[in-house]
Design a protein around this ligand. Structure first.
Ligand SMILES: O=C(O)CCC(=O)C(=O)O
Ligand SMILES: [Fe+2]
Length: 716
């Protein structure tokens, strides 16, 4: 059943370390973990003394594990049974290393191990532990040591065949008896200890058991390789064992040791064991289900679906229901099946249904779960994730300007967030790779085989009162399935859903503070940044410039927001065009303050207009403060024009919110002193001119349709 057995993987690990290529098959090892469930994983190494030739044997391959659950009760006797049988056929002059394998990482090779073994001057050396297990009453019987760990750990030992045979000769235990207790009793018996010649690797020169010793172990980056270093004894163990509840830490160390990721090479394992998608025939295309989950009111939802379309996933805007968790099943029968290219996608706004459908549909190979606040910018995301060929994998996405992401680097003791040492480096992509992590949220891809073989429907979505991602990860971890996050590429970001008010027509317009990047992408003109780099475009009129600023959507939303508000008025004294004015030229308008947009509008002027002003009028630095900012509506039968006036501003920004010829006829802005006018401003473009003295101007007559402009009097 198990095609890729960990022992085999370790062989790959081991051999290169003594050959020239020196490459660690990390992904194989990770893969093996997934594929190995509930089966004893023990490994036997034979080493011909001094010769770097070794052979290996996996014990218990294919057998059912009857050795109990280490986490709760002693067990492991099956390993001794297997070892005892295996030793019968072994030549007497050999050295054997016996270790668990599914939670073991090699930091170095047999040469070093053998040397260290010989330096002990003993015939059998066991790994040592900080914690006494399984019988703490035996404590007094353990020999005292001046320095180092006192207690025996049976997860790793090395010895000569005759001595090992002698050691297990008395064993007649059952599979679920404790191997550790058996070996302990031999070790604490002074006669036996002496005759077999056993000692412990007290200072972790060979074996590092992590349980009870987490604080002692740090990564040590050497030239082109990585080791674990025991800081208590200043040793470099060869074998690191994630015994007991330290599986997450061994995963963490396994992200680096011995050469998975180094400063010199980056991630060498990340490009191995891939599943390339190019060159596939149509019949070989992958099928996946996508669950889109909307938990709370979220900005930029329509953009999310537009983007999915571009990412190769069809939009189903009609399906963007805001489902409450209790309503999840409502869509089950009405789930649309959309053909897109050659992939079939089930697209519903709810995680439960598609994951269940994926599990039950034999064609489904992947389940992709994405929350609505995930901004996926990389159109190859799905492809990249599939190619990485991991059981569960997420693209790393970050919250703009924060250290928040969709993964956790470590777990706290109570199962919640803890920051791993490498978290910030990974988030900021100073370390790039594919990282084995304990928790993913918001967006991840799961192989359908994991859904089918490892998890039940309930496993997936509930665990006490945990939320769904929490429950999912908890159960995935418990099944020994690895979860990865990749930051090999940039993928996108996480929206903030805080402070999202649903009180306006176009609530996203108000998101300039909370989600500035998404706001800019949606509302700022696509050529704005280009214009910032280029020379400013002059108009026919002196000291009057124009530049693109708002997107078409931006213009439309502002107009619609104003029309929705609806209280157009002719101003009166509040709308004086000249300070202390002798001239009062009110327009039919709605002020930004009236729709509660003054703070946001100021931010727009500050972030997008002020930099241009400084380019236009060198030496003039504006704080973009404004007395008045409003949208003017011109209609032939309402207010067709604006008679000549000065503005109460240092300079005026006049943004065309719709398009001449299409939306209206006539219109424009004429500067009397220069007898010149800008008659056909483009939608989303701003006209900028000094407000007083030199730029006496008028709004030209609109002869048909409706013209909208957004005018700001900036001062100073
Ligand atoms: O119609 C125009 O473009 C000019 C508007 C104007 O000058 C103003 O509102 O102060
Ligand atoms: Fe004006």
């Amino acid at each position: 059943m198990l095609l890729s057995w960990p022992g085999y993987r370790f062989l790959l690990t081991w051999q290169p370390l003594i050959s020239t290529s020196d490459k660690y098959q990390s992904l194989d090892w990770k893969q093996a973990f997934l594929e190995t469930v509930l089966t004893i994983c023990s490994l036997l190494w034979r080493m011909w003394l001094q010769l770097f030739y070794l052979s290996w044997k996996v014990l218990g391959n294919g057998d059912t594990w009857n050795g109990g659950d280490y986490m709760t009760a002693p067990g492991g006797g099956q390993k001794v049974n297997l070892l005892k049988a295996a030793l019968q056929n072994m030549e007497e002059d050999k050295v054997v290393l016996f270790i668990d394998s599914y939670d073991v990482v090699f930091a170095s090779g047999p040469k070093e191990l053998l040397k260290k073994f010989q330096q002990t001057n003993h015939k059998v050396v066991f790994s040592a532990e900080t914690l006494i297990w399984p019988d703490r009453h035996l404590e007094d019987k353990y020999p005292h040591v001046r320095e180092g760990k006192r207690f025996l750990g049976s997860g790793g030992f090395i010895g000569y065949v005759p001595n090992l045979k002698e050691m297990v000769s008395d064993w007649s235990g059952k599979d679920n008896d404790s191997d550790q207790l058996f070996f302990t009793k031999i070790y604490i018996n002074p006669e036996k200890r002496k005759s077999i010649n056993i000692t412990l690797d007290n200072k972790c020169r060979m074996f590092q058991n992590l349980y009870g010793s987490l604080d002692e172990v740090v990564l040590k980056f050497e030239d082109g390789r990585v080791r674990a270093r025991n800081v208590l004894y200043d040793t470099l163990p060869v074998i690191v064992h994630g015994n007991g509840p330290t599986k997450l830490q061994i995963n963490y160390l396994g992200n680096y040791i011995p050469k998975v990721w180094t400063f010199e090479t980056g991630c060498s394992g990340c490009l191995e064991d891939l599943r390339p998608l190019s060159g596939l025939k149509e019949s070989e295309y992958h099928w996946w289900f996508i669950g889109i989950f909307i938990q709370q009111p979220t900005p930029f939802v329509s953009v999310f679906f537009e983007r999915l379309h571009k990412t190769g996933i069809p939009p189903k805007p009609t399906q963007t229901l805001h489902l409450q968790p209790g309503e999840r099943n409502k869509l089950y029968n009405g789930v649309p099946i959309v053909k897109f290219g050659l992939k079939r996608v089930y697209c519903v706004p709810c995680i439960f249904v598609p994951s269940e459908m994926c599990r039950q549909d034999k064609d489904c190979e992947y389940f992709f779960s994405v929350d609505i606040e995930v901004v996926l910018k990389n159109k190859d995301t799905l492809k990249i994730l599939i190619e990485q060929n991991e059981p569960v994998i997420a693209p790393m996405i970050t919250r703009e300007g924060r250290l928040w992401t969709n993964f956790w680097g470590a777990l706290s003791a109570d199962g919640y967030y803890a920051r791993s040492e490498d978290y910030v480096d990974i988030v900021q992509r100073r370390r790039v790779g594919v990282w084995n992590v304990p928790y993913l949220t918001k967006v991840y891809m799961v192989k359908a085989s994991v859904l089918r073989e490892e998890l039940s429907a309930n496993d997936l979505f509930s665990f006490g009162n945990m939320d769904m991602d929490m429950a999912f990860c908890h159960n995935v971890r418990n099944k020994g399935v690895f979860m990865y996050v990749t930051n090999m590429h940039t993928f996108g970001r996480l929206l903030s859903t805080e402070n999202y008010q649903m009180t306006h027509l176009h609530n996203d317009l108000w998101q300039i503070f909370e989600n500035p990047m998404d706001w800019e992408e949606r509302y700022i003109h696509e050529n704005y940044t280009k214009i910032m780099r280029d020379k400013l475009i002059e108009t026919p009129c002196p000291d009057v410039y124009w530049f693109p600023i708002l997107s078409v959507t931006g213009c439309d939303h502002i107009v619609e927001e104003m029309e929705n508000f609806g209280q157009w008025s002719g101003g009166g004294n509040t709308d004086t065009r000249i300070q202390g004015g002798y001239e009062n030229v009110p327009t039919i308008d709605i002020h930004m303050t009236q729709i509660n947009y003054q703070k946001e509008w100021h931010k727009i002027l500050l972030d997008y207009v002020a930099p241009i002003t400084e380019k236009m009028y060198p030496g003039y630095y504006t704080k973009a403060q404004f007395e008045l900012a409003f949208v003017v509506r011109y209609k032939p039968d309402e207010q067709p024009l604006l008679r000549p006036h000065h503005d109460a501003s240092t300079f005026t920004v006049n943004i065309a919110l719709n398009q001449k010829q299409i939306d209206y006829q006539g219109g424009g802005c004429r500067f009397l002193r220069y007898n010149c006018s800008v008659e056909a401003p483009r939608k989303g473009w701003a006209l900028m001119h000094p407000g007083r003295l030199t730029h006496y101007h008028e709004g030209l007559r609109v002869t048909a349709g409706t013209r909208y402009i957004a005018v700001s009097f900036v001062d100073p």
